[in-house]
Design a protein around this ligand. Structure first.
Ligand SMILES: [Ca+2]
Length: 125
C-alpha cells in the first residue's frame, strides 16, 4: 500500500535485520528494483497511474505482486491555487480550500495558510 509517501508491504509480519526474507520494489516498471525494505519512502515526481511491483525473496523462493498506484496532485497543491485574479485569497478561495481539506485533497497546512491569507487580505507574492 502507498500512504504518506511510504510504500509498505502488507500481509507480511514485521521483520528485522538478519532475517533471510527480503522485500524489494520496482517503482518504474523496468524490472529492476530501486528500493528494498518492508517500508520505503517513495516520492514520485509525476502524477498518474504507476505500476509498482513488490518482490519477496526468501532463500531461493521469490514472490512478486504488481499493483497500480494512483498518484494525485493533492499534495502539491498550494495556497496559490486558491487566490483570485488579484492574488488574494477571498471568501471563495477559502471555501475551496476548506472543501479540498474536507475531501482530503490538501493538508491542514494549506488550509491554515489559506485562512491566514484570507484574514490578512494581502496579495500572495
Ligand atoms: Ca525499476
Amino acid at each position: 500500500m502507498y500512504y504518506n509517501e511510504n510504500l509498505t508491504a502488507l500481509g507480511f509480519g514485521p521483520y528485522e535485520f538478519g532475517d533471510i526474507a527480503r522485500v524489494s520494489w520496482d517503482t518504474n516498471n523496468d524490472g529492476e528494483s530501486e528500493y528494498s525494505g518492508q517500508t520505503v519512502r517513495w516520492t514520485p515526481s509525476e502524477v498518474g497511474e504507476k505500476t509498482i511491483t513488490v518482490t519477496y525473496r526468501n532463500g531461493n523462493a521469490s514472490l512478486s505482486r504488481t499493483q497500480t498506484v494512483t498518484i494525485s496532485d493533492g499534495d502539491s497543491r498550494s495556497i496559490s491555487d486558491y487566490t483570485n485574479g488579484n492574488s488574494i485569497v477571498d471568501a471563495r478561495g477559502l471555501q475551496d480550500a476548506a472543501a479540498d481539506f474536507r475531501n482530503g485533497e490538501v493538508g491542514s497546512d494549506v488550509l491554515l495558510d489559506a485562512s491566514a491569507a484570507f484574514r490578512n487580505g494581502s496579495p500572495i507574492s
